[in-house]
Ligand binder design. Structure first.
Ligand code: SF4
Ligand code: SF4
Length: 356
């Protein structure tokens, strides 16, 4: 008789096996939650059970010693369970309010700030950077560490008009996603091709197909099959570099950083929005990226001063208008901020009625 094949386990495991027992018992049965202080969430269940989640920031790229230290804190001061939020904060759950203060003390004395809830600047969502990805032009996680060191005071307080989500991306493909303020690599020159390597390293049709503006053509160079780029068409996106590393796009001088603002994923108050570039050509300057930090802080603190309560960055800009945004933040509006890509008909307002 035919036997049922045992399914091969793959994908994300069932999270219930890892939940704190109080969370498991009250799964889907929560009555309300509040925040007794920045960095602490208090959930109350219909069953009467209560749980306190203490949120802390880390340096994000963690070595095994740091992870062990966090696990020791979880075993000693919490109840042995942790979880990571989508912005890479760590949360410790306790079912006894008396455990909250010692847990906070243990975290802060070990260098993990408690905060990131409510109207704070939460941890920066970031892409992998030099450590994990094969195409970055900068180290997103390094920029995060440098910037969060500067924004520490805004992480541990809830003093912003609304929550502020930041993100960084280490290539122009931007897997960092939409954010109130985002730092994204900006290539300013077409890729440099090492023709000796293309034939061995690249699947040429795949590379040709990869270019969003059809700027790559197969070519014979020095008798070897290679590729060429129509530099007038190239928008310097870097999409050809992952499938073909000999098409080097990263450049110590010409790969820059740009700041984008006004993106959000949530439907709260208004619909989700795409962010827009407001500063370009900032130097990619590790290990502390001071120019980027200064620019982000300028925009962030102008927003903090000027926005009304509960306005996200995009709501604030929509209310005051883009010209006012540039004026208030003291940013120059340059030609580099104009979307002049020839495919932009699909992205610009192409109606016969000009609307701004
Ligand atoms: S932003 Fe680009 S380089 Fe960075 S992790 Fe994502 S795909 Fe890789
Ligand atoms: S950088 Fe982008 S636009 Fe330029 S050739 Fe490569 S894929 Fe095409």
């Amino acid at each position: 008789m035919a036997q049922m094949r045992t399914p091969i386990e793959s994908g994300v495991p069932d999270n219930k096996q890892y939940l704190h027992p109080t969370l498991l018992k009250n799964y889907g049965n929560w009555k309300y939650h509040d925040r007794p202080r920045p960095g602490v969430l208090h959930h109350v269940s219909h069953s009467g059970d209560e749980v306190w989640s203490v949120r802390a920031g880390t340096q994000r790229q963690m070595d095994v010693y740091t992870i062990r230290k966090l696990c020791d804190i979880a075993d000693t001061y919490a109840e042995g369970h942790v979880r990571f939020t989508i912005r890479s904060n760590i949360e410790f759950m306790v079912s006894d309010p008396n455990k909250v203060a010692p847990l906070i003390e243990a975290l802060t004395s070990n260098g993990f700030p408690v905060g990131g809830t409510g109207n704070s600047v939460s941890m920066i969502a970031h892409t992998q950077g030099w450590l994990h990805c094969d195409i970055p032009g900068t180290d997103a996680s390094g920029a995060v560490k440098a910037l969060m060191d500067d924004l520490h005071a805004e992480f541990i307080k809830e003093d912003m008009p609304n929550r502020v989500h930041l993100s960084t991306s280490c290539c122009e493909i931007n897997c960092g996603g939409q954010a109130d303020i985002a730092i994204i690599v900006q290539h300013t020159k077409p890729p440099k091709i090492n023709h000796d390597l293309v034939a061995n390293a690249c699947e040429r049709p795949a590379v040709v197909a990869r270019c969003p503006v059809a700027a790559i053509r197969p070519a014979l160079v020095n008798g070897k099959p290679s590729l060429e780029v129509d530099e007038k068409k190239c928008i310097c996106c870097g999409a050809c570099y992952p499938p073909c590393p000999p098409m080097q796009i990263n450049d110590p001088e010409h790969s820059k950083l740009a700041i984008w603002v006004g993106g959000k994923n949530s439907n709260a108050r208004g619909k989700p929005t795409f962010m827009k570039m407001v500063a370009s050509g900032l130097p990619n300057n590790p290990p502390r990226w001071p120019e980027v930090s200064a620019m982000v802080k300028k925009i962030l603190y102008t927003y903090k001063e000027d926005a009304r309560a509960w306005e996200r960055m995009s709501d604030w800009i929509e209310r005051i208008g883009w010209p006012q945004f540039f004026e208030k933040c003291d940013l120059p509006f340059t030609k580099y901020l104009i979307d002049d890509w020839r495919g932009s008909r699909a992205t610009l307002n192409a109606s016969t009625h000009i609307r701004f």
